[in-house]
Design a protein around this ligand. Structure first.
Ligand SMILES: Nc1ncnc2c1ncn2[C@@H]1O[C@H](COP(=O)(O)OP(=O)(O)O)[C@@H](O)[C@H]1O
Ligand SMILES: N[C@@H](CCC(=O)OP(=O)(O)O)C(=O)O
Length: 369
């Protein structure tokens, strides 16, 4: 068995994330039979001594039927109304279901500020820690009713990866309606499941698509991003079907195992690279990409070809290459308004007060491609 699977099987503290498509059915809302089966698997792992934080999607999906909404709404206000109704159903169903094992659940609804702002992070950390020492099962979701497009996590796979880092989890288990990562979109026929992902090279070039059920948010794209986030924090990830939850949480011999990175990022660099919200983008020429990503150098004005966004010095921005791929993130040392007259010019051409790195290497997290 691979080291990643051994780590998942032996983990003392886990985050388990379950997707909407595994808990809800369009038209019928929440599927309590499937929810109970998931809770059976989690309760059994808790009985063996592990602590588990459950990140559960499904509020929007569960709220559709009670509101007589046929399919997932597109507009934010109706999604929020559905989430408001569905979250209550979800929490109630979990309380009942874990109650069969005399386990108490605590609901934790997070906004991205709670995890992304460094000052709020400690507060969330204390709540989880206390819930776990009191023997409760924290059930987490995004606080959908107040989250706006600007402050959303994006999807619960990302939320789960950030919570895994926040609580110091030893493993992250992502449960979905698909039984692992496939080397192409599984709907397209002749694709195979990839059992082990040991690093970024193993997933290079594979086609990942969106949700097939119409209930999920990010599809496989967001699961890969979450796996990368967790891996950089040193946390192995198992992606499996929710219907295989019992095996995923016992032997871990199902699904796709993502190995954790050997050198884990410091808390600050993890925050910078994966948690912090970004306020803009700097477009880099090929030379600057090579300097920043391969040689780990600071970003100078000369290698920047364009600037987007309305950021201030001290904000986190994305660094993108000519193909619009994000190659790094970092803290920018200039306001957006100052940059247009500086970019593309080498340091000796710049006025003395502007002769500094645009993003210093110490404030920059490159992504390996
Ligand atoms: N390469 C791939 N491997 C596995 N699944 C994929 C791939 N590309 C696209 N998918 C789709 O992603 C879906 C899972 O994402 P999603 O529905 O958002 O799940 P969840 O609701 O569990 O978060 C699968 O049902 C599958 O159709
Ligand atoms: N917070 C939303 C879920 C968002 C989400 O990421 O859904 P999914 O892709 O099914 O994990 C809800 O509870 O409906």
């Amino acid at each position: 068995m691979s080291v990643a699977r051994e780590a998942v099987a032996a983990a003392d503290r886990l985050v388990v994330k379950v997707g909407s498509s595994a808990l809800t059915t369009a038209g019928d809302g929440l599927d309590v039979t499937r929810l109970n089966a998931l809770v059976d698997a989690i309760a059994s792992r808790i009985a063996r001594g592990s602590q588990i934080v459950l990140v559960s999607s499904g509020a929007i999906g569960a709220g559709l039927a009670p509101l007589a909404l046929g399919k997932r709404p597109r507009d934010l206000a109706t999604q929020q109304a559905a989430a408001s109704v569905g979250q209550l159903q979800l929490a109630h169903a979990y309380a009942e279901s874990f109650g069969r094992y005399s386990l108490t659940v605590g609901q934790v609804l997070l906004t991205s500020d709670d995890v992304v702002r460094r000052a709020h992070y400690r507060n969330a950390q204390r709540t989880f820690s206390r819930l776990l020492t009191l023997g409760a099962v924290p059930v987490v979701n995004e606080n959908d009713t107040v989250a706006t497009e600007e402050i959303k996590f994006g999807d619960n796979d990302r939320l789960a990866a950030l919570v895994a880092h926040l609580i110091g989890a030893d493993a992250l288990v992502l449960l979905s309606d698909v039984d692992g990562l496939y080397d192409g979109d599984p709907r397209s026929g002749s694709t195979r499941r990839i059992a082990e992902v040991t690093g970024p090279a193993d997933v290079e070039g594979i086609a990942v698509g969106m949700s097939s059920s119409g209930l999920g948010t990010g599809g496989m794209v967001s699961k890969l991003a979450a796996a990368r986030t967790a891996a950089s924090a040193g946390i192995p990830v198992l992606l499996a079907a929710a219907s295989e939850a019992a095996r995923a949480l016992s032997t871990a011999e199902v699904g796709t195992a993502f190995h954790a990175a050997e050198s884990r990022l410091s808390a600050r660099r993890f925050w910078l690279g994966y948690a912090a919200g970004t306020r803009g983008r700097l477009h880099l020429d090929d030379g600057a990409v090579a300097a920043v990503v391969r040689r780990r150098r600071s970003l100078l004005a000369a290698g920047i070809t364009g600037v987007d966004g309305d950021f201030e010095a001290g904000d986190v921005v994305e660094l993108v290459d000519a193909a619009q791929r994000v190659v790094a993130r970092g803290v920018v040392a200039f306001d957006a308004g100052e940059l247009p007259e500086l970019i593309g010019r080498s340091s000796h051409e710049l006025p003395e007060e502007h002769r500094r790195e645009v993003v210093h290497a110490d404030d920059l997290v490159p992504f390996r491609r």
